[in-house]
Design a protein around this ligand. Structure first.
Ligand code: GLU
Length: 450
């Protein structure tokens, strides 16, 4: 009789299935705007190929990543449930050095997004003349729905599953959307526990963006924002524009958006509009970016911030301001938004925030764009400094890091600006040209084996 009772248990009371339906989702997903991010990366690359003569076989090589790794790994969550997670690591190119680029934790991570982001890292590192190639990865889940303990387990299990697919001279992850220094500390610790005892100390540089006590570089956290500000300063010098009294709109108030707004406010700029996925707010006299950042640190989002007046997404994009900084998700400035925008310069803190149609409209309307691979490259530049410090067992002081970052950002900006003037092309294509010429030179000398 008991046996028949067991078989009579309704299906809904069975343990949850191991594989979430999300994991089976089509891996080549378009975004909510219906555009696939890798297609955008391809179109941008093609524009550069149209401007300079790049060998046909090199074009073929650079159009696709070298390796695309997809991993399913189980984690026992604090609820007691075992959940299977989907993780990615795409390694685009390593002719200049180890693959380099962030790991993102986000519910919409998909393969073609990682492919695009890894490709952009190759151009970003080559543009900045760093001895790194391009990589990017992520885990498809919403970190805000998990406890700290779960985040640690997910991070450690993912790192373990990646195994030798990462390494200090092979592929060096860093923070990206949804990850931070704590996640990097766990990744480093896990990796150092899967190598031999005698290698434990020498593999610290397997990830960058760690906390300073665990070997991170001073100034790494603020580096992307600082790099953006150096670009804006260079642009302002060229445009004979005074940053004191400038108005600013920032989309996304995480690490990049908040640090940029804080530094610009110290230079006299005023943050008059701000927003994230929870909504948009305006404040004609200017928000206090320090208070906003503290609010986001405590609450996780801008939702409910007591100050400013709420507005629609369209109103946010239509804000009359001098500097507009997309520092949230990709594909935010498309045809619709570009027509609304009313600013002098768009500075791409996010990766891939503008699609080709949006970019054309902005250009026709005389709005300048400082492209992502230049604007937000301060992060990976200081990641390189961290990697170097770890390799040499050194700790640089913050002023040293800041000076080196400023020099590199300013020099690269000038080089890109000169290239754009010389070839009569936009800044993005100019940055691509510099990166591609560097890569082409190395491929030409090394050849293709065998
Ligand atoms: N995730 C950052 C980026 O997109 C930083 C990468 C790094 O430091 O390796 O540039």
């Amino acid at each position: 009789m008991q046996a028949s009772k067991i078989t009579a248990v309704p299906r809904t009371k069975q343990p949850a299935p191991m594989i979430d339906k999300d994991l089976d989702a089509e891996i080549i997903e378009p975004t909510e705007k219906g555009e696939n991010l890798f297609k955008l990366a391809e179109k941008q690359l093609q524009r550069a190929f149209d401007v300079i003569a790049i060998d046909a076989s090199l074009q073929t090589i650079l159009k696709q990543p070298k390796n695309e790794i997809i991993i399913h790994f189980p984690v026992k969550l604090s609820t007691g449930k075992v959940q299977l997670f989907k993780g990615y690591r795409v390694q685009h190119n390593n002719i200049l050095g180890p693959f380099k680029g962030g790991i993102r934790f986000h519910q919409n991570v998909y393969l073609d997004e990682c492919k695009a982001l890894a490709t952009w890292m190759t151009w970003k590192c080559a543009l900045q003349n760093l001895p790194f190639g391009g990589g990017k990865g992520g885990v498809k889940f919403d970190p805000s729905l998990h406890t700290k303990e779960d985040l640690e387990h997910i991070t450690r299990r993912f790192t373990h599953a990646l195994g030798n697919n990462i390494g200090p001279e092979w592929d060096v992850p860093a923070p990206d959307m949804g990850t931070n220094a704590q996640i990097m500390d766990w990744m480093m610790d896990t990796y150092s526990n899967i190598v031999s005892m005698s290698d434990k100390q020498s593999v610290k540089r397997v990830v960058t963006g760690k906390s300073t006590v665990c070997g991170g570089s001073p100034g790494r956290e603020e580096a992307t924002g600082r790099g953006i500000v150096h670009c804006i300063t260079q642009w302002a010098d060229e445009a004979r524009f005074n940053l004191a009294g400038a108005t600013l709109a920032v989309q996304g108030f995480g690490n990049v958006g908040s640090n940029t707004a804080k530094i610009l406010s110290r230079m006299g700029a005023s943050l008059i509009a701000v927003g994230d996925h929870t909504g948009y707010w305006r404040h004609p006299e200017g928000f206090n970016p320090y208070k906003l950042a503290e609010y986001v640190r405590q609450k996780g989002t801008l939702q409910g911030y007591p100050g400013g007046e709420s507005m629609t997404r369209d109103e946010f994009f239509a804000t009359k301001c001098d500097i507009f900084i997309p520092a949230a998700l990709e594909l935010q400035i498309c045809e619709h938004e570009a027509k609304l925008m009313n600013c002098k310069v768009v500075v791409e803190g996010a990766n891939g925030p503008t699609n080709v149609e949006g970019e054309t409209i902005l250009a026709n309307r005389g709005i300048h764009i400082i492209p992502d691979i230049l604007a937000n490259s301060g992060g990976v530049v200081v990641s390189y400094f961290e990697w170097l410090q770890n390799k040499r067992s050194e700790t640089w002081d913050i002023e040293d890091v800041r000076t080196r970052l400023e020099t590199r950002m300013n020099n690269t900006y000038q080089m890109a600006s000169e290239k754009a003037r010389h070839l009569q092309i936009d800044m993005r294509t100019a940055c691509y040209v510099i990166a591609l010429e560097r890569l082409q030179e190395v491929y030409a000398r090394r050849g293709i084996w065998p």
